[in-house]
Ligand binder design. Structure first.
Ligand SMILES: [Zn+2]
Length: 279
């Protein structure tokens, strides 16, 4: 699943390509979107901004229309120059937004809806998110406050489950959840009531740093894909870029103990940790 940093990267590339530009063409394979376009054409509207909210990508058009997409497992947004050959088959195309200079194509997006500012506010599907770890306004102190407030209300919640909760902090996915807990030396199964403010601060700080480091400027233009190489260990070798994620049974890079994995939470997401470094 794409994580917050890849969606953020996609949103930023889309903002650069489309932001402030007039839509010259709109195409969709989704009936509900087509109906809205018939009633209130997209062509002629300006793309006001593109932003990510956790794992959601939102495209704001002038005239109070917002296209909301979620990639889930398989979806992606690509940017192409007009006439450039698409990297995926046309049958997988769900949405095309054209401007004079770019074509933004959504492939396989399972969720794509139009909203107004009001309906978006009311939508129960698009969650009210916690502060986005990658936003310019995000601070470590603010993130710690969110964690602490949630912990006060849910003292028995396990920290790694909380790190994944987009209503607390928006942006962390399953990879960084394990990486951040490792970096802070916190056992991912500990209850919130046992987590100290210092540990919260470490985790939020690592979360922000890791996510920022992974928001590299690709070429700026070109294809936006979701195969981004996430790195947290600073090693250049692709195999050595993560501390514990998907390293079950292998040696901990810090202490040599065996990295463990266990399913966690009601969603049974895989959690990786080192029993020595994260007692
Ligand atoms: Zn270790």
């Amino acid at each position: 699943m794409p994580e917050g940093d890849t969606i953020y990267r996609a949103a930023r590339a889309m903002q650069r390509a489309l932001g402030g530009k007039i839509v010259t063409g709109f195409e969709t394979g989704l009936a509900l979107l087509a109906r809205v376009n018939d009633d209130a054409a997209l062509a002629g509207r300006m793309v006001e901004r593109v932003e990510s909210r956790g794992k959601w990508l939102l495209i704001y058009f002038s005239g109070d229309l917002i296209l909301v997409t979620h990639m889930l497992m398989s979806g992606s947004w690509h940017l192409y120059r007009p006439g450039e050959r698409w990297q995926m088959g046309r049958s997988r195309m769900r949405v095309v937004i054209r401007t004079a200079e770019w074509e933004a194509v959504a492939f396989n997006v399972p969720i794509a809806e139009f909203h107004t500012a009001r309906s978006l506010e009311r939508s129960s599907q698009v969650p009210k998110l916690g502060p986005d770890i990658l936003s310019a306004e995000f601070t470590v102190e603010g993130g710690v406050e969110r964690l602490a407030a949630y912990g006060a209300e849910h003292p028995d919640a396990e920290i790694a489950v909380v790190l994944l909760n987009q209503r607390v902090l928006a942006g962390l996915g399953n990879v960084y959840k394990s990486e951040v807990a490792f970096a802070a030396g916190v056992n991912p199964f500990r209850a919130m009531r046992t987590i100290t403010p210092g540990e919260m601060e470490k985790m939020v700080d690592f979360a922000q740093r890791y996510m920022r480091e992974n928001v590299v400027d690709g070429a700026g233009d070109g294809i936006v894909t979701y195969s981004g190489n996430r790195r947290t260990t600073h090693a250049m070798d692709r195999e050595e870029r993560l501390w514990v994620y998907r390293r079950q049974g292998e040696e901990c890079r810090r202490c040599g103990a065996t990295v463990m994995m266990r399913k966690q939470g009601v969603q049974a997401r895989s959690t990786y940790w080192c029993p020595e470094c994260q007692p």
